[in-house]
Design a protein around this ligand. Structure first.
Ligand SMILES: [Zn+2]
Length: 224
């Protein structure tokens, strides 16, 4: 490892592993829903604690520490979301379960790209999320929006995106750089199988004038 830390990163990771080991035992479909709801609360306490630590390091410009804590904090949030997804499935909230899963995949991808240590276990976790997608949900049809970005800003320094040296998806002093698009000229919408954004999915098909929800096969009520 080339990164220098003021703190002992092993201690942080040991605590994290302890929290995650406990959470992973709850992030299983058959576990009681009330135990899963309790685990979401427990994880939130840990996430809040990390968030405070991250801010402290960021204030002192200890970027390596702040970035590492960002990764652990985000990973705890992903496991928390995984449990939320399982609860959504049990509560018959399929569309919500899908959106949570997609967010987990996106966030885990950005953590993997920024994680300062060996990340094989995170790749395995990404595979687990992919397996959920393939076994729990039907094959989806997505919409892809093609367009021209007319105005966007860097989330770190607020300048026009491209005018600064920050790169979207990278961590800077414990904060993720995102490209905030404020104006876009939409050119085309197309149907694709491998979209950039899996939230943009076809919601229903129409059969003989009846709208059928693609996730549940239920008729969508047309009365407004
Ligand atoms: Zn910037």
């Amino acid at each position: 490892m080339t990164k220098a830390y003021l703190i002992n990163p092993n201690e942080l990771i040991r605590d994290y592993n302890e929290v995650v080991d406990k959470a992973q035992k709850i992030a299983i479909y058959t576990i009681g829903i009330e135990l899963q709801k309790k685990e979401i609360e427990d994880l939130q306490l840990y996430i809040d604690k990390l968030s405070v630590q991250r801010e402290e390091f960021a204030t002192k410009n200890n970027g390596n520490e702040a970035n590492l804590i960002y990764c652990l904090e985000r990973l705890a949030m992903i496991i928390q979301s995984e449990i939320k997804m399982l609860i959504s499935l049990k509560e018959d909230e399929m569309s919500q379960a899908w959106d949570i899963l997609v967010d987990c995949q996106v966030h885990l991808g950005t953590v993997i790209r920024n994680y300062p240590f060996e990340s094989d276990h995170l790749e395995n976790y990404l595979q687990r999320l992919h397996n959920y997608e393939k076994t729990l949900f039907p094959k989806m049809i997505f919409n892809s929006y093609g367009g021209f970005v007319k105005e966007s800003h860097c989330s770190i320094c607020k300048s026009d995106y491209g005018d600064c040296d920050h790169i979207k998806g990278k961590l800077y002093n414990g904060k993720m750089c995102t490209r905030n698009i404020t104006e876009v000229e939409l050119e085309e919408v197309s149907m694709v199988e491998n979209p950039a954004n899996k939230h943009c999915r076809a919601l229903y098909i129409e059969e003989n004038g009846i709208k059928i929800d693609l996730l549940t096969k239920r008729e969508i009520s047309t009365k407004s």
